[in-house]
Design a protein around this ligand. Structure first.
Ligand SMILES: [Ca+2]
Ligand SMILES: [Ca+2]
Length: 165
C-alpha cells in the first residue's frame, strides 16, 4: 500500500512538472523540468542511457532553440536548464562531458563570469542554457553554481524513437 502511494505521488509530480521531447539529427533530447543539481542531473541522464545535452555545433543549437520556442518553454523553464559542460577540472577551461571538441560557443554576452558570491571556493563551474533578461529571452549559455537546482536536458544518441522508418 505504501508503495502504491509513492507511485501516485510520483505520477502527480510528473503532471505538475513535465518533460518535453524532440528528435534532432537522430538524437532524442528530453527536457526534465524537475529541479536538481548539475551532478544529479548528469547522473540521471547516464542512468537512463544518455548524457547531459552536448550542444557543440551552431546547427544543433539553432534547432534546439527552435524546439524551445515551438514549445513555448519560457512559460515552464523560468531560469535555465543544465547542459553538458563545465570547467570543474580547470577554472576557465570548459569541456563537454562526452569529450566533444570545444570549438563552438554560444555564451550570453556577460558570460562566463565565474561569479563567486555564493561559493567563494569554486565559483560557477557548470553550464546552463539560460534566458536573460527575462523579458527578452536569449537562451544562451551561462556558467552557474553546480549546486543549484534547476531543470536539465538529456541527450540520447541515435535513439530508437528518432530512427524508426
Ligand atoms: Ca568556473
Ligand atoms: Ca555566470
Amino acid at each position: 500500500m505504501k508503495y502504491l502511494l509513492i507511485l501516485v505521488a510520483l505520477s502527480g509530480a510528473t503532471s505538475v512538472y513535465g518533460n518535453w521531447e524532440k528528435c534532432i539529427d537522430g538524437d532524442l533530447f528530453v527536457i526534465d523540468s524537475l529541479s536538481r543539481s548539475w551532478e544529479a542531473s548528469k547522473t540521471l541522464c547516464s542512468q537512463n542511457g544518455g548524457h547531459l545535452a552536448v550542444l557543440a555545433t551552431e546547427d544543433l543549437t539553432t534547432q534546439f532553440k527552435q524546439f524551445l520556442n515551438d514549445e513555448n518553454l519560457d512559460a515552464h523553464i523560468s531560469k535555465g536548464m543544465w547542459i553538458g559542460f563545465n570547467d570543474i577540472q580547470q577554472e576557465g577551461t570548459f569541456t563537454w562531458i562526452d569529450g566533444t571538441a570545444w570549438d563552438y560557443t554560444d555564451w550570453f554576452r556577460t558570460q562566463p563570469d565565474n561569479n563567486n558570491k555564493r561559493d567563494s571556493c569554486h565559483g560557477q563551474d557548470c553550464g546552463q542554457i539560460w534566458k536573460w533578461p527575462r523579458s527578452n529571452p536569449t537562451w544562451q549559455w551561462d556558467d552557474d553554481y553546480c549546486f543549484k537546482s534547476k531543470p536539465h536536458v538529456c541527450q540520447y544518441e541515435s535513439h530508437q524513437t528518432c530512427n524508426t522508418p
